[in-house]
Design a protein around this ligand. Structure first.
Ligand code: NDP
Ligand SMILES: O=C1O[C@H](COP(=O)(O)O)[C@@H](O)[C@H](O)[C@H]1O
Length: 510
């Protein structure tokens, strides 16, 4: 668990490092009381929606890397399922640009595809699920453990999970695990309906709700950083910390995804899940162990200590085109033909939240996220209170601990740039899918966590939906609405911009 702070051998090759990290991840799954995979048992990994975007960009590549590095059982078989009339060759071709295969891996890569097959079927047809079940049994025997990754639109979650339950569950000694992608509903009511439906079919231990931010290296390292050493914890409280800012910035707009985005908006897309999960890890108390439920219990306590958000707590923005910008930057959010005319959906949001407990009373935890802004960064900035009797009369920068999650990974004082230079770290999906094989739910969202997260945001989301407050326009590529920076200042956060000391890498940190 404390790998964050351990420098790796500088001679380690990229591949070794990736494998090492995942092996550590494997080891860390082996918490007493949790199931590890039995390497000898057959496993079948089923990709529902195998013809889709997520499947080709994230799921097939991740399972290939896990197979390549021998991190999942050798006798794992992969079955794709979707309505499209596709051959395995066509699926392979779609995935090809994302698979990153080296010359020396070619033979293993061929073996990987030989373990794959595809079943064409409809999501609501009993017969097709019976055929899927037959195929799973044929390739994996009737003893196989089964993982179903639901890479399908949320509108299909109910019917597909019902059909899996009726026709495709593991029999005999095998287990079944279901991976679900966000969005998990759009407010408290719809999320609770989905949770009730899933709860009526599966035990919580069988459900793996993915928030891919929980698979990111630096997010996984917040717990070891806080609780694995003596440096930070003694000052990690309201006596020493003035404010915390968790921010997500992307330099591109929603072009091409406008249809989806317009229905959800930036709060549901990023803030209510990714940023809130990070907040929980930063704010939680020390869990009594690293077992998944002990950690999730602490996260739930943080959420329960938070008030519901009001309109006054937020600044909302929407990007407009920059006539002097290049390419997509010329277009504003509303220029996307898939966005409804005059839409008030925010593409930028800043929210001031409070955690009403002994450790954090009065400390603003500010969440900020924006599309089409000036840079690609995700970071946590923890600002310490100003010192009494300041020798430098405010001339120095406020003491700030930065945990940078993207694009490069860094903790000021402890830099990843040197120790992991040039190394390819395992991607979030790779880690998370491996966790599912291991039965480790530490980095997945539990249903009560989800319910609390929606409780905090639902009144605000309904207010926005009903009153349609006009979001503040900000220019594509700018730093976002100035009102957001005023709000930061009002909440004891002294913004000094992102540090440019670390060269932004183009490495994708997913
Ligand atoms: N794409 C991404 O980067 C990310 C996606 N997600 C989540 O992952 C899930 C899948 O996303 P993504 O792959 O982009 O989705 P897609 O739109 O690509 O859909 C996946 C597959 O589902 C089937 N499908 C799509 N629409 C329908 C429909 N109306 N009725 C029946 N089948 C349909 C299609 O297969 P066929 O027609 O062959 O049956 C399609 O290939 C979603 O829950 C999404 O929110 C989460 C994070 C990132
Ligand atoms: O879930 C989502 O995340 C991506 C950002 O993910 P990252 O790993 O590239 O930082 C975001 O672009 C997308 O809108 C959202 O749905």
């Amino acid at each position: 668990m404390s790998r964050a702070l351990v420098k790796s051998d500088s001679t380690a090759t990229e591949e070794m490092l990736t494998q090492d990290l995942l092996r550590q991840s494997l080891k860390s799954c082996q918490t007493p009381g949790e199931t590890n995979f039995e390497a000898s048992a057959p496993h079948v990994f089923v990709i529902m929606g195998a013809s889709g975007d997520l499947a080709k960009k994230k799921i097939y590549p991740s399972v290939w890397w896990l197979y390549r590095d021998r991190l999942i059982p050798e006798n794992t078989m992969f079955v794709g399922f979707a309505r499209s009339d596709l051959t395995m060759k066509e699926i392979r071709d779609k995935c090809q640009p994302y698979m990153e295969v080296k010359e020396a891996e070619q033979e293993r890569y061929e073996q990987f595809w030989e373990l794959n097959c595809y079943v064409r079927g409809s999501n609501d047809t009993q017969r097709d699920f019976e055929l899927l079940n037959q195929k799973i049994t044929e390739v994996g025997t009737d003893r196989a453990n089964r993982i179903f990754h639901l890479a399908i639109p949320p509108s299909l979650f109910v019917i597909v999970t019902s059909n899996i339950k009726k026709f495709c569950m593991a029999t005999k000694s095998g287990w079944t695990r279901i991976i679900i992608e966000k969005p998990f509903g759009r407010d408290s009511e719809s999320s609770s309906k989905l949770s009730n439906h899933l709860g009526s079919l599966f035990k919580e231990e069988e459900l793996y709700r993915i928030d891919h931010y929980l698979g990111k290296e630096m997010v996984q390292n917040i717990i070891p950083l806080r609780f694995g050493n003596q440096i930070f914890e003694p000052t990690w409280n309201r006596d020493n910390i003035a404010s915390v800012f968790i921010s997500f910035k992307e330099p591109f707009g929603t072009h091409g995804r406008g249809g989806y985005f317009d229905e959800f908006g930036i709060i549901r897309d990023v803030m209510q899940n990714h940023l809130l999960q990070i907040l929980c890890l930063v704010a939680m108390e020390k869990p009594c162990s690293t077992a998944a439920d002990d950690i999730r219990d602490e996260k739930v306590k943080v959420l329960k200590s938070m008030d519901e958000l009001m309109l006054d707590d937020v600044v909302l923005g929407q990007y407009v085109g920059d006539p002097e910008g290049e390419g997509d930057a010329k277009d504003g959010y509303l220029d996307d033909p898939t966005v409804s005319q005059g839409s008030a959906t925010p593409t930028y949001a800043l929210a001031v939240t409070k955690i009403n407990n002994e450790r954090w009373d009065g400390v603003p935890f500010i969440l900020g996220c924006g599309k089409a802004v000036d840079e690609r960064t995700v970071e946590v900035r923890i600002q310490h209170r100003d010192v009494d009797g300041d020798l430098f009369h405010g001339q120095t920068k406020r003491n700030e601990l930065v945990i940078r999650i993207q694009p490069d990974r860094a903790i000021y004082y402890e830099t990843y740039g040197t120790s992991y230079k040039g190394a390819k770290l395992p991607l979030a999906y790779e880690r998370l899918i491996l966790d599912v094989f291991c039965g480790s739910q530490m980095h997945f969202v539990r249903s009560d966590e989800l319910a609390e997260a929606w409780r905090v945001f639902t009144p605000l989301l309904h207010k926005i939906q009903n009153e349609k407050p006009k979001p503040i326009p900000y220019k594509y590529g700018s730093r976002g609405p100035e009102e957001a920076y005023k709000k930061l200042a009002e909440n004891d956060f002294k913004y000094s911009g992102s540090d440019k000391w670390s060269k932004p890498s183009h490495e994708v940190c997913m």
